[in-house]
Design a protein around this ligand. Structure first.
Ligand SMILES: C[S@@+](CC[C@H](N)C(=O)[O-])C[C@H]1O[C@@H](n2cnc3c(N)ncnc32)[C@H](O)[C@@H]1O
Length: 565
């Protein structure tokens, strides 16, 4: 849910238990007058409750099934990230059509599908347009000519607030989102001051006093705005979970966090008309929920080890996570695990500076190479941070880092689900897929398939089937398994991966089917797994036909071949 990054949620199989209803939940509390009915988007099968530890939250009043779309809402405000502005429509967030997008001729910074999308956005963009032009003129360099996503999003919040009315339900919902103003750590003051200054500049105000027109009457109100924005913003993603920008929905923001979530927020782009109401946020149930259970999503990447998750949650959301996963004491957490040094098939917890002694959970053999493992994890973490930071600006450099570090971490004994190996593998896979050579060689194709499979092995140890991240990764693997082989091998052996020829096609079919099952849950049954789920279904139909033709061909050959005497 972090606005800067898509942090997919994950789950370890061993934690698969229904979360017990929290005892400290109090009765329904809605801080609103009857004349201001907030959260009209909420379905009747949910209710808002408050509890001492996490404030308001959303609770289920009914049995909910995995794959059920609990509700779908249009965010109050959404903005594209700067680097996506020229590739997607700023209104519906649809990808540029083959005929291209239409650019706003005034600010020349935002793009639309067509005049329909442009007209829909005009009531807010007319303010934004002037601000963008002014900002660009004053920018010291080209790469600073567009303000950050946060500033553009907060600008939109204020203009829309003004338009909807400061006393409106719309504004009431926004203003009821949680602010941490009273408990902000000192370390945030510099960032907040910078954001406040940039926002005033972007809005073209000569003094903070002019913020009154937006209902901001004091510096406290301004801090509230920034705090509400950072605490309640969701990453907006495309149908394949690639981050596109930031969005704010007060209804969705009622949902509290768990590192072991029972729901997920996705943008499946499910409608037959891609422009209709998009971008639409769907809250999808990941596993069955019983009445009286709290609905929870993950705000951060749950493939991360506990310490990094806790750090991230504290920094952005200001709480100490006490979810089942954080409180559990597992023998071996797949996020921090290595193979048995005697290769008995068991696993050991990853050694740490504080706990260097580690043993296999099966044969109890001790890991001797502690220093080497610690070093590998440290350089792996540095490489992952660097590669993530430069992946768009300098993909060659990023790929160099992943190519170099994956073998080091693998030979240090880390399992595929272990951090930072899993992160590096996922990144490496995306580099391989995005730079398929033309013509593609068998070696490149097979290598990409192996890396994609390794990522899935890691993800499967953490996510349950049905998680959208797993569904997308499976669909990606299935797709590359179905690519025509440049030079198929003659033989297939039990230890050879990937197989070649017809067995490869069969494996692609099975992987597509597994992907489809996961996508149907993760992106919602009624959405048919979203845009990617529908695409997978189409490919499945044609692959089944292809395999059917091949089987028939084999049958014909067998029938035509004279029996051996
Ligand atoms: C998006 S809001 C969630 C709704 C919020 N509880 C409210 O009352 O509006 C995020 C904030 O809720 C609180 N929160 C969310 N999940 C929590 C958890 N598992 N434990 C403690 N606090 C939590 C934190 O204060 C966090 O900054």
């Amino acid at each position: 849910m972090s606005f800067s990054d898509l942090r997919a949620s994950r789950k370890t199989k061993s934690y698969v238990t229904g979360a017990p209803a929290r005892k400290d939940a109090k009765e329904v509390l809605l801080e609103q007058s009857p004349s201001l009915p907030l959260y009209r988007d909420l379905p009747l099968i949910t209710e808002i409750r408050t509890c001492d530890t996490s404030g308001r939250g959303l609770w289920s009043k009914a049995n909910l099934r995995a794959g059920q779309v609990l509700f779908a809402v249009k965010p109050h405000v959404a903005v594209l990230s700067t680097e996506k502005l020229d590739g997607y429509c700023s209104t519906c967030f649809g990808v540029a059509p083959p005929s291209g997008l239409k650019r706003c001729t005034q600010c020349r910074s935002v793009w639309y599908c067509d005049s329909t999308c442009q007209t829909k956005d005009w009531s807010v963009h007319k303010h934004e347009c002037t601000s963008l032009q002014r900002w660009s003129k004053a920018a010291p360099s080209d790469d600073l000519s567009i303000p950050s996503d946060a500033i553009r999003c907060m600008g939109r919040i204020l203009w829309k607030k003004q338009r909807k009315g400061l006393d409106s339900v719309w504004t009431g919902e926004l203003d009821s989102m949680q602010s941490h103003r009273k408990s902000l750590p000192l370390s945030t003051s510099e960032l907040y001051a910078h954001l406040a200054h940039s926002l005033v500049q972007y809005l073209g105000l000569s003094s903070p006093d002019e913020l009154r027109q937006f209902g901001i009457n004091s510096s406290g109100d301004l801090v509230d705005l920034i705090s509400r924005f950072t605490t309640n913003t969701f990453t907006i993603t495309d149908a394949a979970l690639c981050p596109l920008g930031a969005s704010v929905s007060p209804t969705v923001a009622l949902i509290n966090h768990s590192c072991d979530p029972n729901a997920v927020i996705v943008f499946p782009r499910a409608s037959a008309n891609p422009q209709a109401e998009e971008p639409l946020m769907h809250v999808v149930v990941l596993r069955n929920i019983v009445p009286g259970e709290e609905i929870m999503t993950a705000y951060i990447d749950t493939t991360l080890p506990r310490s990094l998750r806790q750090e991230g949650l504290k920094e952005t959301y200001h709480f100490d996570c006490r979810c089942q996963l954080c409180e559990s004491h597992l023998d071996v957490d797949p996020r921090e695990s290595m193979w048995c040094p005697k290769a008995c098939g068991g696993m050991c917890p990853l050694p740490t500076e504080e706990n260097p002694l580690t043993r296999c959970n099966e044969c109890k053999s001790a890991v001797q190479s502690t220093d080497a493992v610690l070093d590998a994890v440290r350089v792996g973490q540095e490489a992952l941070d660097k590669a993530t930071a430069v992946q768009f600006k300098d993909p060659a450099k990023a790929r160099q880092l992943t190519t170099k570090l994956i073998p080091i971490l693998t030979s240090a004994g880390l399992t595929p689900s272990c951090h930072p190996l899993l992160g590096l593998t996922i990144l490496h896979k995306s580099f391989l897929i995005s730079s398929f050579p033309s013509p593609c060689t068998q070696e490149y194709l097979d290598d990409t398939i192996r890396v994609a499979r390794k990522a899935i092995t890691g993800l499967t140890s953490i996510h349950r089937e049905g998680h959208p991240v797993l569904g997308i990764a499976l669909a990606e693997l299935a797709k590359i398994l179905a690519v025509d082989e440049p030079s198929p091998r003659e033989t297939n052996g039990p230890g050879i991966y990937p197989p070649s020829g017809p067995p490869r096609l069969k494996l692609a079919l099975d992987t597509f089917m597994r992907a489809r099952n996961s996508l149907m849950i993760g992106f919602g049954m009624v959405n048919e797994g979203g845009e990617i789920g529908r695409h997978v279904r189409e490919v499945l139909v044609s692959l089944e036909k292809e395999i059917g033709v091949w089987k028939q061909g084999v049958r014909n050959v067998l029938q035509d071949t004279p029996k051996l005497k």
